[in-house]
Write a protein that binds this ligand. Structure first.
Ligand code: ZN
Ligand code: ZN
Ligand code: FE
Length: 772
């Protein structure tokens, strides 16, 4: 007795080999019916005997491609149709499905493809561009939608007969896999000297590249989403050479390990961490280094003084072949200068990285847009992204509510752009900082891309409140060109809203937005804010007691200036100590002068700057080599310290605002320092004090849901202690996970705030109408 089921599946089920999987599963069980993409997922009708249908449903849930994410499966029984015995079909997508397709993300090599490149019997043995429906490049090669080979950078490669047969066969793993290729018909490797001369091709290119890295040279590699720079991570001299040439003195470098086993020789890796590293997204994962023992394989210069290392496993066949030849971990960092976007074209890479790399291992598959490696860590509730790019972008984030079509341009550092379409928000890959002309150009290109991909006509554009941001200027121009309204969203409001959007939090929340810098509603620099947020509304409930930053921008790079500003505000100015240790007498005079006269020394309530100041006061770091260095080293100083004590950090009313007054804490900290209490203890107590402060604020606000966001919550110790204090007192704590806590989430938050403003104005307009 045949029955028929109508099945609707929602989630990430398009562009991930889901329909071929459904097809194969149905055909293997001799079921009839069809599968097709729908705007919101996949729709199946399937018919056959009851127990085979049960097995089919079971397979849908259990055996689906690992890169697919099923949010929900809805099953209804419907009347049997007369297609019984006619087999199973993949139907073309609904017409409306074409209007809003999703763009698949790049995926790490799947186990089957891995096996093929390792097996001499396979025609893709050692072929660096092997991929299938379950893996390989996607977003980085797509030129336009719908996603089909002629609209990717694979369009110039025509199939050989064997590849074509695989592509056309529904039972093959490569059925409709757009980027597939083989040694006969696909992209090829070439090794170039730094002046662009060709040195070798294919296997020989790979062999010479491996030799060069083993000899301590710097290799520029055209990877999946852009150029990367590789050096031997066990060779201190090679790592320092790269640092010197890249002008990157101290910032930690990511390391690619040949295998999980090799990684476990240097780092402790939990089963959850291993799962993340081996996942199709294969991010750079922050894992703890093993201490002591015979495991000092990594050069100290990879991540100086850092108890963790950013580790990843080879995620393309090319990386896999390289690492198999090298048999050791390699530094694998973005091919750029400081914070510019990655190079994607060979000519551009030769021009920009010609003085950094000795050799260039390149190929002829064009990269359409830069897609950096994602960075993540495993937290108490699973994976938390710190940089959202390869493997994750541009998969949509689903909102609880439908939004108008809003384009958001993000902030200034770690910029992303976002576009809302119905109840989905597409957040672009991490674009980097906008200080360089290249960075700004990349943001503009990304905005164009998003609009073009989805054939979208924005109804509003959203940007930061900061009048001088490059992104703000771009948004102003877009608003003019499209004649659409511009919504300016306060930076920390956007931080809180991003977490609300990502985790579909309902009702009012208290957002603790702690970061470095954001333009405040009062024109001062905010960064230690407690914001009560409901709907589109924002109420500044509490803030860090403000202090001045002598020299403004310069203070971002020089924690000693933050310390001076803090001590000056506290009236704790110990001129002798400071002049001797931190500044020349002339500098000191000048900086005190501007603080006294209140010129060139903007007011800030930034917790990031408080971290800087304390780092300097404790003698940890006076000048930053990279953004956040002083704060990171302050965190690391307390590594492994279990100390429960804290300093007084009190809430005091000022007008209708509560201020978190750091002065008594600073006094106690300085006293203990002068008594010779070790720095690790002082750092731990400083972190504890901030957690006390967070709890005091939450209790006063009495809002049960608390969001922790902003760059400071990349600090593991801070996040852990604040969370424990709040949860211990019954608060529900939210931390962004699928978007980073840092400014990479600003664009998503801007979308939500703009959408809610729009819906509240249309509601009040409606109310006016009904009243009159
Ligand atoms: Zn594969
Ligand atoms: Zn082929
Ligand atoms: Fe921020």
């Amino acid at each position: 007795m045949n029955r028929r089921l109508a099945i609707s599946i929602q989630g990430v089920v398009q562009g991930v080999g889901f329909r071929p999987f459904v097809y194969r599963t149905a055909v293997e069980s001799s079921l009839s019916g069809w599968v097709r993409n729908r705007p919101d997922g996949v729709r199946i009708e399937v018919q056959g005997p009851a127990e085979r249908l049960d097995r089919f449903l079971e397979a849908l849930r259990q055996d689906h491609p690992r890169q697919a994410v099923i949010d929900s499966i809805e099953v209804r029984e419907i009347a049997p149709a007369d297609d019984a015995g006619q087999g199973f079909e993949i139907l073309t997508s609904d017409a409306d499905a074409e209007k809003r397709p999703s763009i698949p993300a790049d995926l790490a090599t799947c186990p089957e493809c891995q096996q093929e490149i390792e097996s001499t019997a396979e025609r893709r043995f050692a072929y660096p561009f092997t991929n299938c429906t379950n893996c390989g490049p996607r977003y980085s090669i797509i030129e336009s939608l719908p996603y089909d080979r002629p609209r990717t950078s694979m369009k110039s490669f025509s199939f050989c007969p064997e590849c074509e047969a695989e592509y056309r066969n529904p039972l093959d793993r490569r059925f409709h896999a757009q980027p597939i290729a083989c040694p006969r018909c696909g992209p090829r490797l070439e090794l170039l000297a730094h002046d662009g001369r060709s040195l070798a091709c294919e296997d020989e290119a790979l062999r010479q590249a491996i030799e060069a890295v083993l000899a301590g040279k710097v290799l520029a590699l055209k990877g999946l989403g852009g150029f990367q720079l590789l050096v031997d991570a066990t060779d201190d001299r090679a790592v320092n050479l790269l640092r010197e040439r890249k002008h990157r003195e101290a910032k930690p470098l990511a390391v690619m390990f040949p295998s999980l086993e090799a990684l476990r020789q240097c780092c402790s890796v939990s089963s959850q961490e291993a799962e993340a590293l081996l996942s199709p997204q294969a991010p750079i994962l922050l894992v703890r280094r093993l201490t002591g023992g015979p495991t000092r394989v990594l050069a100290e210069s990879v991540a100086p003084g850092n108890p963790r290392v950013g580790a990843m496993l080879p995620y393309t066949p090319l990386h896999r072949l390289l690492l198999a030849g090298l048999e050791r971990p390699v530094v694998c960092t973005s091919g750029n200068l400081s914070d510019e976007p990655m190079c994607v074209e060979t000519r551009e890479a030769l021009a920009r990285l010609g003085k950094v790399a000795d050799l260039f291992l390149v190929h002829d598959r064009p990269i359409v847009r830069p897609v950096d490696d994602s960075v993540a860590k495993v937290g108490p509730r699973g994976l938390e992204l710190l940089r959202r790019a390869r493997g994750f972008a541009p998969l949509p984030i689903r909102l609880k509510e439908k939004a108008p079509t809003i384009l958001a341009v993000g902030g200034h550092l770690k910029c992303t752009a976002a576009l809302s379409l119905g109840d989905q928000v597409i957040v672009s890959q991490h674009l980097g900082d906008l200080d360089s002309a290249e960075g700004a150009a990349l943001l503009e290109r990304t905005v164009d891309d998003l609009l073009r991909f989805f054939d979208a006509r924005p109804e509003m554009v959203a940007c930061d409140l900061h009048p001088e941001y490059v992104s703000t200027r771009i948004a102003e121009r877009i608003a003019r060109n499209w004649s659409i309204p511009l919504e300016r969203v306060q930076h920390h409001h956007a931080h809180v809203a991003a977490c609300v959007a990502e985790q579909s939090i309902e009702g009012e929340v208290l957002g603790l937005a702690w970061d470095g810098t954001g333009w405040g509603l009062d024109g001062t620099i905010w960064g230690g804010e407690a914001l009560a947020c409901a709907g589109p509304e924002l109420r500044r409930f509490a803030s860090l007691r403000p202090f001045r930053l002598p020299g403004g921008e310069m203070a971002m790079r020089e924690p000693r200036r933050s310390a001076l500003g803090l001590l000056h505000e506290a009236g704790e100015l110990r001129a002798k100590e400071l002049t001797g240790q931190w500044f020349s007498p002339e500098e000191f005079q000048a900086l005190c002068g501007i603080l006294e006269r209140q010129v060139s020394s903007p007011v800030t309530s930034s917790i990031g700057r408080l971290f800087d100041a304390v780092s300097a006061v404790l003698g940890i770091r006076l000048r930053n080599g990279f953004e956040g260095q002083a704060a990171m080293e302050l965190e690391f100083a307390a590594d492994g310290v279990a100390d429960e004590e804290s300093y007084p950090l009190l809430l005091v009313p000022r007008g209708d605002l509560l201020l978190l007054d750091w002065a008594p804490m600073l006094e106690a900290l300085l006293a203990e320092r002068d008594h010779g209490i070790p720095v690790p203890i002082l750092s731990a107590r400083f972190h504890n004090s901030l957690a006390d402060g967070a709890l005091a604020i939450a209790r006063q606000a009495a809002i049960p849901k608390v969001v922790l966001c902003g760059g400071c919550f990349q600090n593991d110790r801070l996040t852990r202690t604040v969370r424990e204090r709040l949860e211990g007192s019954g608060f529900e704590v939210f931390i962004p996970r699928r978007v980073p806590p840092n400014d990479g989430s600003i664009s998503l938050g801007q979308v939500l705030v703009a959408a809610r403003r729009r819906s509240s104005t249309s509601e009040s307009a409606l109310r006016l109408k009904t009243n009159s």
